[in-house]
Ligand binder design. Structure first.
Ligand SMILES: Nc1ncnc2c1ncn2[C@@H]1O[C@H](COP(=O)(O)OP(=O)(O)OP(=O)(O)O)[C@@H](O)[C@H]1O
Ligand SMILES: [Mg+2]
Length: 253
Protein backbone atom coordinates (compact mmCIF):
# COMPACT_ATOMS: atom_id res chain seq x y z
CA UNK A 1 0.00 0.00 0.00
CA UNK A 2 1.15 3.49 -0.81
CA UNK A 3 1.05 5.61 2.34
CA UNK A 4 1.63 9.31 2.66
CA UNK A 5 2.60 11.78 5.35
CA UNK A 6 1.67 15.40 4.63
CA UNK A 7 3.72 17.78 6.75
CA UNK A 8 3.26 21.51 7.11
CA UNK A 9 3.24 24.22 9.72
CA UNK A 10 0.00 25.06 11.44
CA UNK A 11 -2.27 27.17 9.25
CA UNK A 12 -0.73 26.09 5.94
CA UNK A 13 -3.93 24.40 4.77
CA UNK A 14 -3.53 20.68 5.50
CA UNK A 15 -7.04 20.17 6.84
CA UNK A 16 -8.57 22.11 3.96
CA UNK A 17 -6.63 20.01 1.46
CA UNK A 18 -7.76 16.75 3.06
CA UNK A 19 -11.36 17.94 3.16
CA UNK A 20 -11.25 18.93 -0.49
CA UNK A 21 -9.77 15.57 -1.47
CA UNK A 22 -12.55 13.79 0.37
CA UNK A 23 -15.23 16.03 -1.15
CA UNK A 24 -13.91 15.44 -4.65
CA UNK A 25 -14.27 11.70 -4.16
CA UNK A 26 -17.77 11.71 -2.76
CA UNK A 27 -19.96 8.96 -4.22
CA UNK A 28 -23.66 8.43 -4.57
CA UNK A 29 -25.90 5.87 -2.93
CA UNK A 30 -25.62 2.34 -4.26
CA UNK A 31 -29.35 1.60 -4.58
CA UNK A 32 -28.93 -2.15 -4.79
CA UNK A 33 -27.10 -2.46 -1.49
CA UNK A 34 -28.45 0.69 0.17
CA UNK A 35 -24.88 1.66 1.02
CA UNK A 36 -23.31 5.07 0.44
CA UNK A 37 -19.71 4.05 -0.25
CA UNK A 38 -17.01 6.13 1.42
CA UNK A 39 -13.83 5.50 -0.56
CA UNK A 40 -12.02 8.21 1.40
CA UNK A 41 -12.48 8.60 5.14
CA UNK A 42 -11.07 11.56 7.02
CA UNK A 43 -10.64 11.01 10.75
CA UNK A 44 -9.17 13.29 13.35
CA UNK A 45 -6.47 11.79 15.50
CA UNK A 46 -7.65 11.79 19.14
CA UNK A 47 -5.60 13.90 21.50
CA UNK A 48 -3.69 10.86 22.66
CA UNK A 49 -2.75 7.70 20.81
CA UNK A 50 -5.19 5.27 22.38
CA UNK A 51 -6.69 2.55 20.24
CA UNK A 52 -10.15 3.00 21.67
CA UNK A 53 -10.26 6.77 21.16
CA UNK A 54 -8.90 6.32 17.64
CA UNK A 55 -11.58 3.88 16.55
CA UNK A 56 -14.26 6.08 18.07
CA UNK A 57 -12.93 8.91 15.88
CA UNK A 58 -12.98 6.72 12.77
CA UNK A 59 -16.54 5.64 13.51
CA UNK A 60 -17.53 9.28 13.98
CA UNK A 61 -15.87 10.14 10.68
CA UNK A 62 -18.14 7.69 8.84
CA UNK A 63 -21.20 8.84 10.80
CA UNK A 64 -21.60 5.40 12.31
CA UNK A 65 -24.04 5.37 15.21
CA UNK A 66 -21.94 4.83 18.28
CA UNK A 67 -24.02 2.09 19.86
CA UNK A 68 -21.05 0.74 21.60
CA UNK A 69 -21.34 -2.21 23.90
CA UNK A 70 -21.57 -1.28 27.57
CA UNK A 71 -18.22 -2.91 28.18
CA UNK A 72 -16.43 -1.45 25.21
CA UNK A 73 -13.48 -3.63 24.66
CA UNK A 74 -10.72 -3.00 22.23
CA UNK A 75 -11.41 -6.01 20.09
CA UNK A 76 -15.08 -5.35 19.53
CA UNK A 77 -14.42 -1.72 18.67
CA UNK A 78 -11.73 -2.76 16.26
CA UNK A 79 -13.91 -5.40 14.68
CA UNK A 80 -16.85 -3.04 14.34
CA UNK A 81 -14.68 -0.39 12.71
CA UNK A 82 -13.08 -2.87 10.31
CA UNK A 83 -16.47 -4.30 9.36
CA UNK A 84 -17.92 -0.86 8.68
CA UNK A 85 -14.92 0.29 6.63
CA UNK A 86 -15.18 -2.88 4.54
CA UNK A 87 -18.88 -2.31 3.98
CA UNK A 88 -18.23 1.28 2.96
CA UNK A 89 -15.55 0.10 0.51
CA UNK A 90 -13.02 2.46 2.02
CA UNK A 91 -9.77 2.63 0.05
CA UNK A 92 -8.06 5.44 1.88
CA UNK A 93 -8.01 6.46 5.51
CA UNK A 94 -6.78 9.98 6.14
CA UNK A 95 -5.76 10.91 9.67
CA UNK A 96 -5.48 14.60 10.44
CA UNK A 97 -3.48 15.99 13.38
CA UNK A 98 -1.29 12.89 13.47
CA UNK A 99 1.13 14.95 15.60
CA UNK A 100 -1.12 14.14 18.59
CA UNK A 101 0.64 10.79 18.56
CA UNK A 102 3.62 12.57 20.13
CA UNK A 103 1.63 13.15 23.31
CA UNK A 104 1.79 9.43 24.07
CA UNK A 105 4.59 7.57 25.81
CA UNK A 106 7.14 5.78 23.62
CA UNK A 107 5.26 2.55 24.27
CA UNK A 108 1.89 4.02 23.32
CA UNK A 109 3.40 5.49 20.17
CA UNK A 110 4.91 2.14 19.15
CA UNK A 111 1.64 0.37 19.77
CA UNK A 112 -0.29 2.92 17.77
CA UNK A 113 2.05 2.72 14.77
CA UNK A 114 1.74 -1.06 14.84
CA UNK A 115 -1.99 -0.63 14.82
CA UNK A 116 -1.82 1.61 11.74
CA UNK A 117 0.32 -0.96 9.97
CA UNK A 118 -2.08 -3.72 10.91
CA UNK A 119 -5.06 -1.70 9.77
CA UNK A 120 -3.46 -0.88 6.43
CA UNK A 121 -2.59 -4.54 5.78
CA UNK A 122 -5.80 -6.01 7.02
CA UNK A 123 -8.13 -3.64 5.18
CA UNK A 124 -5.84 -2.96 2.24
CA UNK A 125 -6.37 0.76 2.61
CA UNK A 126 -3.85 3.51 1.94
CA UNK A 127 -3.11 5.64 4.97
CA UNK A 128 -2.59 9.36 4.59
CA UNK A 129 -1.52 11.25 7.70
CA UNK A 130 -1.25 15.01 8.07
CA UNK A 131 0.41 16.98 10.78
CA UNK A 132 2.96 19.58 11.76
CA UNK A 133 6.60 18.83 10.82
CA UNK A 134 7.43 17.31 14.23
CA UNK A 135 5.08 14.45 13.36
CA UNK A 136 7.78 13.14 11.08
CA UNK A 137 9.77 11.95 14.11
CA UNK A 138 6.88 9.89 15.41
CA UNK A 139 6.33 8.05 12.16
CA UNK A 140 10.01 7.57 11.54
CA UNK A 141 10.34 5.61 14.77
CA UNK A 142 8.67 2.57 13.26
CA UNK A 143 11.12 1.08 10.73
CA UNK A 144 8.51 -0.92 8.85
CA UNK A 145 6.15 2.00 8.54
CA UNK A 146 8.99 4.35 7.68
CA UNK A 147 9.88 2.34 4.61
CA UNK A 148 6.29 2.42 3.42
CA UNK A 149 5.43 6.05 3.96
CA UNK A 150 6.49 8.90 1.66
CA UNK A 151 6.69 12.40 3.09
CA UNK A 152 5.27 15.43 1.32
CA UNK A 153 6.05 18.85 2.74
CA UNK A 154 3.80 21.79 2.12
CA UNK A 155 6.36 24.57 2.46
CA UNK A 156 5.50 28.13 3.48
CA UNK A 157 4.71 30.38 0.52
CA UNK A 158 7.50 32.09 -1.34
CA UNK A 159 7.10 35.34 -3.22
CA UNK A 160 6.66 33.68 -6.62
CA UNK A 161 3.98 33.25 -9.28
CA UNK A 162 2.09 30.59 -7.31
CA UNK A 163 1.55 33.03 -4.48
CA UNK A 164 0.41 35.63 -7.00
CA UNK A 165 -2.26 33.30 -8.39
CA UNK A 166 -3.43 32.46 -4.88
CA UNK A 167 -3.61 36.13 -3.85
CA UNK A 168 -5.46 37.05 -7.05
CA UNK A 169 -8.03 34.34 -6.38
CA UNK A 170 -8.51 35.42 -2.77
CA UNK A 171 -8.88 39.08 -3.72
CA UNK A 172 -11.32 38.30 -6.53
CA UNK A 173 -13.41 36.52 -3.94
CA UNK A 174 -13.77 39.67 -1.82
CA UNK A 175 -16.90 41.81 -2.35
CA UNK A 176 -15.00 44.94 -3.47
CA UNK A 177 -16.36 47.32 -6.11
CA UNK A 178 -12.99 48.32 -7.64
CA UNK A 179 -10.27 46.09 -9.09
CA UNK A 180 -7.37 45.73 -6.65
CA UNK A 181 -3.79 46.27 -7.89
CA UNK A 182 -2.26 43.36 -5.98
CA UNK A 183 0.08 42.21 -8.75
CA UNK A 184 3.79 42.66 -8.25
CA UNK A 185 6.93 41.62 -6.44
CA UNK A 186 6.67 44.23 -3.68
CA UNK A 187 3.25 43.05 -2.56
CA UNK A 188 4.27 39.41 -2.73
CA UNK A 189 7.42 40.08 -0.68
CA UNK A 190 5.48 42.05 1.89
CA UNK A 191 2.91 39.27 2.26
CA UNK A 192 5.58 36.61 2.70
CA UNK A 193 7.60 38.66 5.17
CA UNK A 194 4.70 39.59 7.40
CA UNK A 195 2.92 36.24 7.28
CA UNK A 196 5.98 33.99 7.47
CA UNK A 197 4.49 32.40 4.34
CA UNK A 198 1.61 30.90 6.30
CA UNK A 199 -1.64 30.54 4.32
CA UNK A 200 -3.91 31.35 7.24
CA UNK A 201 -2.06 34.62 7.95
CA UNK A 202 -2.19 35.68 4.29
CA UNK A 203 -5.92 34.94 4.12
CA UNK A 204 -6.66 36.85 7.33
CA UNK A 205 -4.62 39.89 6.28
CA UNK A 206 -6.36 40.09 2.90
CA UNK A 207 -9.78 39.70 4.54
CA UNK A 208 -8.97 42.50 6.95
CA UNK A 209 -7.64 44.70 4.17
CA UNK A 210 -10.87 43.99 2.28
CA UNK A 211 -13.01 44.95 5.28
CA UNK A 212 -10.98 48.15 5.75
CA UNK A 213 -11.38 49.02 2.04
CA UNK A 214 -15.14 48.76 2.40
CA UNK A 215 -15.19 50.83 5.58
CA UNK A 216 -13.00 53.62 4.19
CA UNK A 217 -14.79 53.65 0.85
CA UNK A 218 -11.71 52.90 -1.27
CA UNK A 219 -13.21 49.58 -2.33
CA UNK A 220 -9.84 48.15 -3.36
CA UNK A 221 -6.67 46.71 -1.85
CA UNK A 222 -3.24 48.05 -2.78
CA UNK A 223 0.31 47.98 -1.43
CA UNK A 224 -0.30 50.88 0.96
CA UNK A 225 -3.35 49.13 2.42
CA UNK A 226 -1.31 45.99 3.08
CA UNK A 227 1.49 47.96 4.71
CA UNK A 228 -0.88 49.14 7.44
CA UNK A 229 0.25 47.47 10.69
CA UNK A 230 -3.39 47.24 11.80
CA UNK A 231 -3.95 44.63 9.10
CA UNK A 232 -1.28 42.44 10.66
CA UNK A 233 -2.05 42.92 14.33
CA UNK A 234 -1.72 39.55 16.06
CA UNK A 235 -1.91 37.67 12.81
CA UNK A 236 1.48 36.05 12.62
CA UNK A 237 0.93 34.44 16.00
CA UNK A 238 -2.53 33.16 15.04
CA UNK A 239 -3.25 29.46 15.07
CA UNK A 240 -1.49 26.86 17.07
CA UNK A 241 1.97 27.47 15.64
CA UNK A 242 4.81 29.31 17.27
CA UNK A 243 5.77 32.86 16.47
CA UNK A 244 7.73 32.94 13.31
CA UNK A 245 11.10 34.66 12.98
CA UNK A 246 9.69 36.91 10.22
CA UNK A 247 6.92 37.99 12.56
CA UNK A 248 9.34 38.79 15.34
CA UNK A 249 11.66 40.69 13.02
CA UNK A 250 8.73 42.85 11.99
CA UNK A 251 7.66 43.47 15.55
CA UNK A 252 4.32 41.85 14.82
CA UNK A 253 4.21 39.66 17.87
N1 LIG B 1 -6.56 26.45 -0.35
C1 LIG B 1 -7.00 27.42 0.44
N2 LIG B 1 -7.79 28.40 -0.04
C2 LIG B 1 -8.21 29.40 0.77
N3 LIG B 1 -7.93 29.49 2.05
C3 LIG B 1 -7.15 28.55 2.59
C4 LIG B 1 -6.65 27.46 1.81
N4 LIG B 1 -5.90 26.68 2.62
C5 LIG B 1 -5.97 27.24 3.84
N5 LIG B 1 -6.71 28.35 3.83
C6 LIG B 1 -6.98 29.23 4.98
O1 LIG B 1 -6.07 28.88 6.00
C7 LIG B 1 -6.78 28.45 7.16
C8 LIG B 1 -6.02 27.34 7.81
O2 LIG B 1 -6.07 26.16 7.03
P1 LIG B 1 -6.10 24.73 7.73
O3 LIG B 1 -6.97 24.73 8.92
O4 LIG B 1 -6.40 23.74 6.66
O5 LIG B 1 -4.58 24.64 8.19
P2 LIG B 1 -3.83 23.39 8.85
O6 LIG B 1 -2.56 23.20 8.09
O7 LIG B 1 -4.74 22.24 8.94
O8 LIG B 1 -3.47 23.96 10.30
P3 LIG B 1 -3.36 23.15 11.71
O9 LIG B 1 -2.05 22.39 11.66
O10 LIG B 1 -3.33 24.23 12.73
O11 LIG B 1 -4.55 22.26 11.82
C9 LIG B 1 -8.17 28.07 6.67
O12 LIG B 1 -9.12 28.23 7.66
C10 LIG B 1 -8.37 29.05 5.54
O13 LIG B 1 -8.78 30.30 6.04
MG1 LIG C 1 -5.57 21.21 10.50
Amino acid sequence: MENLLLLAESGMGKTMLLQKFRRDRATSLDRASGVLPKPVVLALMPDEPSEEAFFVQVLKAVDAPLHLPARRNRLSLRETTFRILRELQTRMLMIDEINSILVGSARQQRYFLQLLRFLSNELQVAIVCAGVPEARFALRSDPQLRSRVSDIALEPWRAGPELQSFVNLLVQGLPLRQPSPVDGTRIRRLLVERSGGITLSICRALERAGAAAIRNGKERIDLAALEDPEIWRGIASAGRGQLRPAALANGQA
